[in-house]
Write a protein that binds this ligand. Structure first.
Ligand code: CUA
Length: 653
């Protein structure tokens, strides 16, 4: 009875709130997230689907999460740089190679900036790239299978932060080092940083057919910190822009020592010029050691290749390829507008936004109007390249994205707000608070020639009181704004997983049709696949026992196995014989020092088990697959190491 009274009260309360949120004109107030118009805008009714996909980096989760917009519902977590027991990624024999590096197996990374592949400057929805910040890596994820297909390690790099941004035909994905390091790595005093450390900016070519990445060249820049990057487009296609801080080249107490210079730089890189130089035999190959991990969809297996050299380019060997644009104090983001003319550098310790003009930059370069040089790289004059200044009145600008109407949206970390301004007139049009301390923001297609311009998602660093408390830590808060009108309207808060540094979004119809439904069993080229249950068997090779198993609703073949001994290495190779959409089966073995496997229809996965105790141990399906899911189980008898128990297996007899 008490419960009933409570809910009646809350309905009444909600109704009062609804009424009080409308303003005098009968229009819902613009910041009233409880207003019925805001609620309608984010409500995706049961059975209906979202308009956009949003892919959010997982930060310290090492993964990528998939959301729907406007609902804010999370659809999937795609494991990328981290082991993921939910699917067995990084635990299965087939996917362990994905996490190999020159330092050995690394089951984690810190993922920051996803970027969707493009053709002619528009999102083509084939792949999404993601950087590993800690042990420098770039991953490519298929937007058909939503699986990580490739990870390449970046040598001579450290803190792969200005990454993984792509050029407008996906010719290259870039990886710029945040921390400069000795190249090649060697044992030298840290105090000898200045002049001895290098900042490698790596350009990875992307094969237009299958997407495979290869390091085309590494540009060996001065030992600054390279923070973020964005490609040119249209007229500025062929250039790439990187923000720098710590041009002081300090190696200690950077919060003070790297904020001495009034201006740092945006590095403008003419990659087409360097590509031409390299294609004509330019550059220097140096020894290196880095892992290239490629997953093959037909064998369902990843293979690691260790690469042994990399091509480096000294900027002073390619005159006219690299320039520095002075930019106020320690800029963070660098963002290029959809036309490609404006390059927005956000000095994170300044209030104003400096907007550089690409055409002015080219004019200044052609007139050779330089203001000295740094390590042989010409420095342009700030006033010569300045396209405009946005006097926003905000504090701590970080990142800018764009809509399809010539407007820009900049986040301000310190003043916790997003500011809308007009590209070209630099006039501030609107500002809305964020809750709280916003980092990146994302407009679907915002990093392309054709942004979609309907929603903006801001990614806040602090959540505080936005959700029910969950102990000392809360999931980060994303906020959805409707940006289709003159004024932004805050629609919705939703939690994100890990720390989403950046995100990428795309209209749902551009992906949904191509989303893979099953792996065809006929196409399965896994060496341990069993394509029909009568191929199921168990084989012993010395201490190795290989179990070739199949699974279909609702049994394993075989389900009783004897003759396994303590000290054996037992490999389960399991093929899911389902050919229906959304019918994975799971596999878990009691006492196995590993995670489960989740196996998609038509797919084969393997895991290894080293039985340590004598007895009879069960295995079972972990994914509720039918009314008889609970019957999907089996036993393995483990005999002492010296026993004579014959290897045998069976199903139903
Ligand atoms: Cu198969 Cu549950």
């Amino acid at each position: 009875m008490k419960k009933y009274t409570y809910s009646l009260f809350s309905i009444l309360g909600f109704a009062i709130l609804l009424t009080s949120c409308g303003d005098q004109n009968g229009k819902a107030s613009s910041n009233g997230a409880l207003s019925s118009s805001a609620a309608e805008k984010v409500y995706v009714a049961p059975g209906e689907q979202d308009e956009y996909y949003a892919f959010m980096s997982g930060g310290y989760s090492g993964n990528l999460t998939v959301y729907g917009l406007p609902s804010g519902r999370m659809f999937k977590e795609i494991p990328v740089f981290s082991q993921f027991p939910t699917s067995g990624y990084g635990y299965s024999e087939e996917t362990k190679p994905m996490l190999e590096t020159s330092f050995g197996f690394i089951p984690w990374d810190d993922s920051h900036h996803p970027d969707i592949s493009q053709t002619n400057g528009e999102l083509d929805g084939r792949w999404i790239f993601l950087n590993g910040n800690n042990t420098p890596r770039i991953a490519r994820i298929s937007l058909s299978t939503f699986e990580t297909e490739e990870i390449i390690e970046i040598p001579n790099s450290a803190g792969n932060h200005s990454s993984s941004f792509i050029t407008e035909n996906t010719e290259y994905v870039v990886a710029g080092t945040r921390f400069s390091v000795p190249v090649p790595q060697r044992d030298i005093p840290i105090s000898e940083y200045k002049g001895n450390f290098k900042g490698a900016l790596s350009f990875l070519s992307v094969d237009p057919e299958h997407g495979h990445m290869d390091i085309k060249f590494q540009l060996m820049m001065p030992g600054f910190n390279y923070d973020l990057a964005h490609p040119g487009r249209n007229e500025s296609h062929g250039w790439f822009f990187f923000t720098t801080y710590n041009t002081e080249e300090a190696n200690s107490l950077l919060e003070v020592n790297s904020s001495q210079n009034d201006k740092d730089f945006i590095a403008a890189i003419n990659w087409k010029k360097i590509e031409e130089y390299v294609n004509n035999g330019g550059g220097k190959k140096i020894p290196a050691n880095y892992a290239h991990n490629v997953y093959d969809e037909s064998t369902h297996t990843a293979v690691t290749t260790m690469k042994k050299e990399v091509l480096t380019v000294d900027p002073s060997d390619v005159p006219g390829a690299v320039y520095f644009l002075p930019t106020p104090k320690s800029p963070h983001g660098v963002d290029v507008d959809p036309t490609g003319e404006y390059i927005i550098g956000n000095g994170k310790l300044s209030a104003d936004l400096s907007v550089h003009s690409f055409s002015k930059m080219i004019a200044a370069i052609e007139a050779e109007k330089f203001d000295g040089e740094a390590y042989g790289i010409p420095i342009l004059k700030f006033d010569d390249v300045l396209g405009g200044t946005v006097k926003s009145g905000g504090l701590g600008p970080l990142h800018t994205e764009f809509d399809d109407q010539g407007n820009a949206y900049t986040t301000y970390f310190i003043s916790s707000e997003v500011v809308k301004w007009k590209v070209g007139t630099w006039e501030v049009l609107d500002r809305k608070p964020t809750f709280y301390s916003v980092g990146h923001l994302m407009i679907p297609g915002g990093n392309s020639r054709k942004p979609f311009g309907k929603y903006a998602v801001v990614m806040n660093k602090i959540t505080k009181d936005r959700y029910l408390p969950t102990g000392p830590e809360l999931e980060h808060s994303a906020q959805l704004y409707d940006i289709s009108g003159d004024k932004m309207e805050l629609l919705y808060d939703f939690p994100t997983h890990g720390e989403p540094h950046y995100a990428a979004g795309i209209r749902a119809d551009l992906l949904a049709e191509n989303s893979k439904k099953i792996y065809r069993l006929d196409d399965n080229k896994h060496p341990y696949a069993v394509t029909s249950p009568d191929q199921a068997r168990v084989e012993r090779k010395g201490k190795e026992v290989h179990i070739y198993m199949s699974m279909i609703r609702s049994h394993f073949t075989p389900d009783n196995i004897e003759g396994v001994k303590v000290g054996d290495e037992v490999y389960f190779h399991i093929t899911n014989h389902e050919q229906d959409f959304d019918v994975p089966h799971g596999f878990a073995m009691m006492g196995q020092n590993n995670s489960e496997l989740l196996i998609m229809p038509g797919q084969t996965k393997s895991s290894v088990w080293e039985p340590k105790q004598v007895g009879v141990f069960p295995f079972y399906c972990t994914d509720f697959c039918s009314a008889l899911h609970q019957e999907m189980q089996g036993y393995i008898r483990v005999s002492p190491a010296n026993s004579n128990t014959e290897l045998s297996w069976s199903l139903g007899d």
